[in-house]
Design a protein around this ligand. Sequence first.
Ligand SMILES: Cc1ncc(C[n+]2csc(CCOP(=O)(O)OP(=O)(O)O)c2C)c(N)n1
Length: 669
Amino acid sequence: METGLDNLCVNTIRMLSVDCVERAKSGHPGMPMGAATMAYVLWTRFLRHNPLNPKWPDRDRFVLSAGHGSMLLYSLLHLTGYDLPLEELKNFRQWGSKTPGHPESGHTPGVETTTGPLGQGFANGVGMAVAEQFLASHFNRAGHEIVNHYTYGIVSDGDLMEGVSHEAASLAGHLKLGKLIYLYDDNHITIDGSTDLAFTEDRAGRFRSYGWHVQQVDDGNNIEAIENAIKEAQQEKDRPSFIAIRTHIGFGSPNKQDTSSVHGEPLGTEEIKLTKENLGWPLEPDCFIPDEALKHFRQAVEMGEEREKEWRDQVRSYEKAYPEMAKEWDQWINNELPDGWDSNMTVFPSDPKGMATRVASGMVLNAIASNLPNLMGGSADLAPSNKTLIKGEEAFQDGHYNGRNFYFGVREHGMGSILNGMALHGGVIPYGGTFLVFSDYMRPAIRLAAMMGLKVIYIFTHDSIGLGEDGPTHQPIEQLAALRAIPNLTVIRPCDANETAEAWRFALEDRKGPVALALTRQGVPTLDRDKFASARGLHRGAYILNEAHNGTPDLMLIASGSEIQIAIDASQEIKEKGIAVRVVSMPSWQVFDRQPEEYRNQVLPHEIKVRVAIEAGSTQGWHRYVGEKSHVVGIDHFGASAPSKTLYEKFGITVDRVVEEALRLLKEK
Ligand SMILES: Cc1ncc(C[n+]2csc(CCOP(=O)(O)OP(=O)(O)O)c2C)c(N)n1
């Protein structure tokens, strides 16, 4: 039943959002005005959260996928008692404030994920629900349900239009993620105008066909109807829920409601006055919060404390009943690796024939998986190629939510965003694989993983023209450069099996953000580490693999991945001419860049000016390490369909070419 107090609270959300957007002279007031009622119902009657401890592990997750409506979330966080003072809301979108233009996780207490790029939050929520199911299945015992929460989201037309939401929705339906509940802010408006311009499909029908439980609420201000729909969604255990709620963007604004002009710009002084009059709101002061409304919202604090306390009591009794499991729970949720996690780490004997680094990666994954039972993931339908399968483990499927092998289907973008959701939820270490060339399909999600500093591992195989006959569509050229351009993403391209093992070790131990492994399809020799430096050097990004033993180096060859062998062979030929040459293995630019200057100078001394870098991909960026007068042997055009060996020869990624360039540079010096 709606009361005067309810109405007051809903209008408080609306007008707080409107006034803060006005102060900032930028932002989106329309969405919060239209979605205020559903947000109010969800946050005051359903959401199980503790504003004083936003990190309580068993809290319900809330995703505002339509991140442009950030003021809605900031209003809710402030009103329900999170550490987000009103002053912060008044500083909306300003330098140094806790209220950036779009919600940023890690920046504002209570913001579960960074949203703004439409569709991402939708798919993140699916990942969160996956993690919840996995953890519940792993830890819960009869009478001890220490993992039991919902994932809610508010999603918009834009979210539903974006392809990534199709991918994630399809998978969520297939997996029967019954504790995922999305409220669709069905307001018929986007920036360009009416959704009739470009979005006329039967949305409810679409979600039904994905296998979701679908409800419709015709009046977005009908508190009781929204409440009933959420209750019913909670009862539905076997299907994710989609509640389409017909709302009106800019609700309450006499001249702007139901128009796209409430998008991306403040209402303006005159229209705010009219809106306040229309909603029976005092004109002054701005950012007004009535005491009764605040008191009502702030009940969340006491309730949250109580609920968390109940949960903590439950955990205590769980600890008594299952001490070992409880210890594991602590480790997982605190993102700690168990002692000796790498005791089974593979050490590969030297072998001139060697193996593909993707094969080594699969072996390493399987060796470490038994000590890391929360390492879970899979591939976007390329598991046999990406070597992502953990042998002997179940698939994560309906009824088998303890499975660690995840089948993402041919959905790279969805996979990227779902991995982010899993990492954001916490408790699991997610990984996902595809061909390196298709990292482009998941780039928006990778970018956000890097921005949020999420611990996600990407297994990108078939990392060069070395994949051969599949041709230019499948041969990555610019992908390494493109990935290296993403701040806070660590790209590692190991040169052999043992560097691959170290790359995995790095990926698991590094806490800073996502790690992308670029791995070969083709075999590469496993280096004799008695002859060459230890693969542990990988942890410094670049290291002297083979030093010139015939004096101070006259030149350096620097390479990554499969091209290390070319560098080694070329160095032999050059040495035979009496020239002192150093070979540097450089699996990761970013890791190297993080090293102290002294180390970087030691590996790449300024004095050694003659340098040749070799990598079967775009040369972009390599000049930073070789200098302008040196040379990069790479590929700045698309590949071709032919056997790998032919391609290397035709494109000049050869020992002869490297020797030739090195000698030319030495002569020119
Ligand atoms: C991937 C992406 N493309 C474009 C935008 C720019 N943008 C912000 S809001 C918006 C329209 C949103 O319409 P809708 O999702 O219906 O939100 P509402 O109109 O209800 O506020 C667009 C295109 C974006 N944020 N993300």
